[in-house]
Design a protein around this ligand. Sequence first.
Ligand SMILES: [Zn+2]
Ligand SMILES: [Zn+2]
Length: 64
Amino acid sequence: MRHVRLCALLALGLALAFAFADAAESKKARCCEKAEKAGKTCDHVCCIEAAKHGKHCEKCGGKN
Ligand SMILES: [Zn+2]
Ligand SMILES: [Zn+2]
């Protein structure tokens, strides 16, 4: 049973880590994240423009 508890703790820790990562200042826009996962770059004009300045598109939900 000790093993199960350890796994639960690990899962909780991971969930917390993700929550903190989500609350981080800098965040990619959903569309850009999706494109990146597909091995591409986002083709939105606004996102490309933001990327040129080394930023994430705020119009699409990104944060800088
Ligand atoms: Zn985008
Ligand atoms: Zn955009």
